[in-house]
Design a protein around this ligand. Structure first.
Ligand code: PHE
Length: 392
């Protein structure tokens, strides 16, 4: 770590201890943070480096595109421009919490966008809640994330629904009856999604033969896969993140396992392409599909391509949507003041790229999931649209 960065963090920690030691529960006023004129500072934190870099970069790019569109259209609150202040948490939960502390206490942002991985949002959300600064996570689907408090929102569906979607697809469309699960015990996302898949698959009449755990960063899954192969499942659920999924798919195929492999949104990341041909016969639930002909989707895809020279993934779409929700809420609140802004976000009902963003009472958004078949064509991942599944 850079020396001054370390010093900076020690300083922040010391300040935090000081506040607690003084028994000072009073939160720094966010009302004085914003002068009512000039740029409006919006915090963003994400994994721009480290094993989750694909998540951080996509969410940042999507958010930045939305900021530029809002500003090009005249800004908010009588012509004020939004400015995104970006912090890298290096894919580490402690850094996520430090980043949000810095954005709120030093930069005095009026709201925070982030994170993608549920574990890191769960680490940082208590900070936003403590200071009563609204946080909107684009993509964290673990159910507990918005339970942290009334200042924590998301613009995506939650894993109890996502698990249901994947399990139903396996049972109904792929006719799977005997399944195994490989889950990442380091990740709240993976643990929660694994539970949700098990619940639905079992309720439908399927059987989960075994659930085997691994840890983020593992690279050898042969022992676990050999054990699973011995049980003769007709489907394998891997509710994990893209790095490990790519390796698991390859090793499963090397062991002669040709069964369908299914997962969730966590597969969406650049390094999934390392799975190459092993990705044939794999399926995921996701938040959006770029082929959706709706104007809001096609305009987004076009602008993103023009700006970044590549297709947006679902995380970019959610990053974009979170800023659009914030801008809409600022306009309706007529202010950056935290309690008014919080209330306005809670009342959101915005047409997003990933669907209608109508905030429910639990600060989540109920919207359809997309099922895609993952394919590897001409050296790149291609998501083939299979179905849209609405919440019941
Ligand atoms: N839903 C994942 C989580 O909560 C993050 C994610 C969202 C990953 C969308 C990829 C695409 O950890």
């Amino acid at each position: 770590m850079h020396r001054s960065a370390r010093f900076h963090r020690l300083f922040l920690a010391a300040t935090a201890v000081g506040i607690i030691a003084a028994g000072c529960e009073r939160r720094p006023s966010t009302e004085s943070a914003d002068t009512g004129t000039g740029e409006i500072l919006v915090g963003f934190y994400g994994s721009l480096t480290g094993d989750g870099a694909s998540f951080g970069l996509s969410s940042r790019d999507g958010a930045q595109l939305a900021v530029e569109e809002v500003n090009a259209a005249g800004g908010v609150l009588g012509g004020r421009m939004l400015r995104l202040l970006v912090e890298d948490d290096q894919s580490r939960p402690e850094e996520a919490s430090n980043a949000v502390t810095k954005l709120i206490t030093q930069d005095k942002v009026i709201a925070v966008i982030g994170e993608v991985a549920s574990r890191r949002t769960l680490a940082a959300a208590p900070v936003a809640q403590k200071f009563q600064v609204p946080m909107i996570t684009p993509a964290s689907t673990n159910e507990r994330v918005t339970e942290v408090g009334d200042y924590i929102f998301r613009v995506c569906f939650i894993d109890p629904f996502q698990g249901e979607v994947i399990a139903k697809f396996a049972y109904t469309d792929l006719k799977a009856r005997r399944a195994a699960i490989l889950k990442d015990i380091q990740q709240d996302y993976s643990v929660g999604l694994s539970d949700a898949v098990t619940r639905t698959f079992t309720a439908l009449g399927g059987q989960v033969l075994d659930t085997v755990s691994y840890s983020s960063g593992d690279a050898d899954f042969k022992a676990a896969l050999t054990k699973i192969r011995g049980l003769k499942p007709d489907a394998l659920f891997v509710p994990g993140y893209y790095n490990e999924v790519a390796i698991i798919a390859r090793q499963a195929r090397e062991l002669g396992m040709t069964i369908p492999i299914l997962g969730g949104d966590g597969w969406v990341g650049d390094a999934l392409a390392n799975g190459r041909e092993a990705l044939a016969n794999t399926f995921i639930s996701d938040h959006y599909h770029g082929d959706n002909p709706a104007a809001v989707v096609q305009n987004f895809v076009k602008s993103y391509r023009t700006k970044f020279g590549k297709d947006p993934d679902s995380i970019a779409a959610l990053g974009y949507d979170s800023v659009k929700v914030l801008a809409d809420a600022l306009t309706r609140a007529g202010s950056t003041q935290n309690t008014q802004l919080r209330a306005a976000i809670a009342a959101s009902d915005v047409a997003g790229v990933t669907g209608q963003l109508k905030m429910n009472a639990k600060r989540n958004v109920d919207k359809p999931a997309v099922i895609s078949e993952v394919t590897f064509v001409n050296g790149a991942i291609k998501y083939v649209y299979r179905a849209t599944v609405s919440p019941s």
